[in-house]
Ligand binder design. Structure first.
Ligand code: IYR
Length: 221
């Protein structure tokens, strides 16, 4: 492949004061983000979902291969099909397939096989990871660090959703191969995360949990 042409970096150098203010404001905003399983059915305009996906698409990726597709589902019938298939898989997960240790780890969060958020939320966004590339002739092209790249993109998506005043939930049906079929995606794509997006229900609840403080997650050498 040919080298890309290089262009000057557009960069705004901020004063330290401004950086401090922005750093704190962004952290304060992100620290208010919570994952809830209780969604309102209130509609959300597609424009907002487009911005969240655009933001996700700004993620850095291995060799700039951008190995992601976001399928945004608002069609109620399709959401019903996703929910039905997910609940079937989850039922098996919670009733026999999951190792005891895994179920014990989930116990405090109170999750189960019922996934009403998949039909309550106005949007269900499914992130597909491209395990490899496919060119126009159907030849495979190796992609690099696709898990990391899609993980970063998902993080930016979640931040964007929060920033615009909506909530999302990272749902991982297990297994999730049914999504590729249901959403008609090609053989190189693997469903990675299902993210309902919308407003929280008026009576939405969240577990009373705390995040690890800085001292526990950072080391300075
Ligand atoms: N996929 C299941 C189980 C589950 C697993 C983890 I790790 C979670 O943090 C939460 C749920 C489900 O979505 O219920």
């Amino acid at each position: 492949m040919k080298p890309y042409p290089f262009i000057p970096l557009r960069f705004v150098r901020r004063s330290l004061d401004e950086s401090r203010t922005r750093a704190k404001a962004f952290y304060d905003e992100m620290s208010r983000r919570r994952t809830t399983r209780h969604f309102a059915t209130d509609p959300v305009p597609r424009e907002l979902i487009e911005y969240a996906i655009r933001t996700a698409g700004t993620a850095p990726s291995g060799a700039h291969q951008q190995p992601w597709t976001f399928v945004a589902v608002s069609d109620l019938e399709l959401k019903r099909q996703i929910r039905e298939a997910a609940e079937r898989e989850e039922h098996d997960f919670y009733h026999g397939k999951a190792p005891r240790e895994w179920l014990e780890a989930l116990l405090p969060l109170g999750t189960d096989e019922h996934k009403p958020h998949l039909t309550d939320a106005p949007w269900v966004v499914v992130l597909f990871r491209h395990a490899y590339g496919l060119d126009a002739e159907g030849r495979k092209r190796t992609y690099y660090y696709t898990e990391e790249s899609c993980g970063i993109a998902a993080g930016l998506f979640i931040a964007a959703v929060h920033q615009m005043g909506l909530v999302t939930l990272t749902h991982t049906p297990n297994p999730m191969a049914f999504l590729r079929e249901l959403l008609g995606r090609p053989s190189n794509e693997r469903a990675m995360l299902v993210m309902p997006v919308g407003y929280p229900a008026a009576d939405a609840q969240v577990p009373d949990i705390a995040r690890k403080p800085l001292e526990e997650i950072a080391l300075w050498r």
